[in-house]
Design a protein around this ligand. Structure first.
Ligand SMILES: [Zn+2]
Length: 233
């Protein structure tokens, strides 16, 4: 079992206001908002821990929060949910306690985790949403991109990733068409309502030496966010 209180403690130690947005299977789900001083900032959503057996995503979000984001806050506000599926995180399972894969369940309202997330996000229009995952079978980076127009940013994002580490050469298969090396469209079968109502970039990263992964998670998160917001319309 993983220690979820350690996540809570790390969040508290950041010295930022932490909001408890709900409780799923006795575990609190937290949100941190980093608010821009701009009059009408663009909104960026950053999430991790949707799949409980992919702790690198949680680590990426925590390390992003620990960085100095002052420059980014000039134009962008962030809504950050470090761990969407705390029960899964603690018990090292992909699904929720009820056996639900949250990533395929955003069209229903009767699942604790998705109900909490959907209520929290409300009608906010995000310019970008980045949801960090981990794939222990992969040998490098890949991402899925959902979109609401034809302007994919995934191929450029993969180029950013190449400067950090390898792209996974394996096509993950399923029902997701390729956009570029390591970049796949979100399959329609997964549902048409993603985490955000705008661009959703699902980032997955893996280093063969898994011990090195935590060390680069924060760097990856920061680089991806920098790139996304620099491309923001
Ligand atoms: Zn995942």
């Amino acid at each position: 079992m993983r220690d979820y209180t350690e996540i809570t403690e790390r969040l508290k130690n950041l010295g930022m206001p932490i909001e408890r947005i709900g409780t799923a299977h006795s575990y609190p789900i937290h949100r941190i908002r980093l608010t821009s001083s701009a009059h009408k900032p663009q909104q960026v959503l950053i999430t991790g821990g949707m799949h409980g057996d992919e702790p690198a995503g949680v680590e990426a979000v925590l390390q992003f929060l620990a960085r100095d984001n002052t420059a980014r806050l000039k134009n962008f506000s962030f809504v950050i949910i470090p761990c969407i599926n705390p029960y899964g995180y603690v018990h090292d399972t992909r699904e929720t306690r009820n056996g639900i894969d949250i990533n395929r369940a955003f069209e229903t309202d009767d699942i604790a985790e998705t109900a909490i997330i959907k209520k929290t996000l409300g009608q906010t229009q995000f310019s970008f949403a980045i949801d960090f995952h981990e794939d222990y079978d992969a040998t490098g980076f890949y991402l899925y991109e959902g979109k609401r127009d034809e302007k994919y940013i995934g191929p450029q994002l993969a180029n950013v990733a190449k400067a950090i580490g390898p792209i996974d050469p394996e096509d993950p298969g399923e029902d997701a068409p390729d956009l570029a090396e390591g970049v796949y469209k979100v399959a329609n079968a997964w549902g048409t309502q993603g985490l955000a109502q705008s661009h959703s970039v699902f980032v997955t990263y893996f280093f063969q030496d898994s011990k090195s992964l935590p060390r680069v998670c924060g760097k990856i998160a920061q680089r991806f966010c920098d790139f996304c917001i620099s491309r923001s319309p």
